[in-house]
Design a protein around this ligand. Structure first.
Ligand SMILES: [Ca+2]
Ligand SMILES: [Ca+2]
Ligand SMILES: [Ca+2]
Length: 388
């Protein structure tokens, strides 16, 4: 009687295990194919060559021939290479290994390399792989039916984002101590004149983070415009470059061009889609983009009437200025950092050392890249911009 007490649970356990095996794994007359990715625990750097390994396992009991495995390479990885086991990349983004034969209990490693790209926007970093063909029926999965997240054991995904932090350049504009706002506010100018703003904007190009002997590019081009800044609150919030991706690290500073590099300035708006910063602000007669614009109205008499229109549009390769700022900048993986810049329009219009200034009683517009007023403004950009 005592024996029976122990025998019943044991028999039940055996039966249960057998049932489980028949249901799930290794049904007679079939080949249970399973696919997984070898985990990658260390994130790569942007630009690193990464080796991916998918493991195809046959849980048996029969051998399978004519097995095909496909891996879809996400947009975030490029320059696929070193595909082993006869795989081909003839129909990107899919790498295909066809005609594989795999014995019971055998594992075949399918590997390839790809270069990690820059995260951002909707760029995906998830490799998805699946068995798409087999000459044997599989007890718990069907070839080529993957959709989205893996639901069967013949499907696998590997998500791998490279090391990347985020940085944005935020610009606050002022006129001397006063926040720069459009239209309403009056700014006292030199020699009893006064001005009101209508527009202030500028291009940024070739933004690079700096570290020992290295420039790390974070942005090609951007347009910062204060044209819709109407309140002090908006002025104090500033205008942002938008979020830029940067490799983590300790940098010694940042540099950017105020205006456009000669390379960018050699292009024209039709080269760009609508909405791109370079799809506008071109000056055909000068074959140049307008690097920056200052527009407003001046009261010259002074009599309280702002009747003189100020239009200073400055372009031309000779007025491109590269600015560099020394400051320790630590970019950390998955963290966001804002670099706060201030730009003081007064310092562009009035030389802080000599007192020399653009005299609006003499000149109210700049429509030539070589005009003294254009050069004066460009020459004072470096003085006007500071990194907090
Ligand atoms: Ca299985
Ligand atoms: Ca299976
Ligand atoms: Ca499947």
């Amino acid at each position: 009687m005592k024996h029976l007490f122990f025998m019943i649970p044991l028999a039940a356990a055996l039966l249960f295990g057998g049932c489980n095996n028949t249901d799930d794994e290794g049904q007679p007359g079939r080949a249970d194919l399973e696919l997984s990715f070898e985990p990658i625990t260390e994130k790569p750097n942007i630009g690193d060559v990464v080796t991916f390994q998918a493991k195809l396992f046959n849980r048996g009991p029969l051998a399978a021939d004519g097995v095909t495995v496909e891996n879809t390479v996400p947009e975030g990885f490029t320059q696929v290479g070193d595909i082993n086991a006869g795989g081909v990349f003839t129909a990107p983004p899919v790498i295909r290994w066809a005609g594989l034969s795999i014995q019971p209990e055998e594992t075949i490693t399918l590997s390839f390399t790809a270069v990690a790209g820059k995260p951002g926007g909707d760029i995906g970093f998830t490799h998805s792989a699946q068995v798409t063909a087999s000459n044997q029926p599989d007890p718990d999965s069907t070839p080529n039916n993957a959709s989205g997240a893996p639901k069967e054991d013949d499907e696998a995904v590997l998500h791998l984002i490279p090391l990347a932090g985020e940085v944005s350049l935020n610009f606050k504009a002022s006129y001397g101590q006063d926040p720069l706002v459009m239209f309403e506010r009056e700014y006292a100018y030199e020699d009893n004149m006064a001005i009101k703003m209508q527009l202030f904007q500028f291009y940024l190009s070739e933004v690079n983070l700096l570290r020992e002997d290295e420039r790390v590019p974070v942005m090609d081009v951007g347009l910062i415009s204060f044209g819709d800044v109407y309140t002090d609150e908006q002025a104090l919030a500033g205008k942002s470059s938008g979020t830029l991706v940067a490799p983590p690290g300790n940098y010694t500073g940042i540099e950017f061009g105020f205006g456009l590099t000669p390379e960018l300035n050699a292009t024209i708006p039709p080269d760009y889609p609508l909405g791109h910063p370079l799809s506008e602000n071109y000056w055909e007669a000068a074959s140049s983009y307008i690097f920056f614009k200052f527009e407003g109205n001046a009261d010259l008499e002074p009599n309280g009437e702002f009747s003189d229109k100020l239009t200073f549009h400055v372009g031309g390769n000779g007025n491109y200025r590269q600015l560099s700022f020394d400051k320790p900048i630590a970019i950390e993986d998955e963290k966001e950092l804002t670099l706060q810049f201030n730009i003081d329009l007064q310092k562009m219009l009035v030389d802080q050392n000599t007192g020399e200034y653009l005299d609006f009683r003499q000149v109210t517009q700049s429509h030539s890249n070589e005009s003294p007023s254009a050069t004066f403004l460009a020459d004072h950009v470096a003085e006007a911009v500071e990194l907090e």
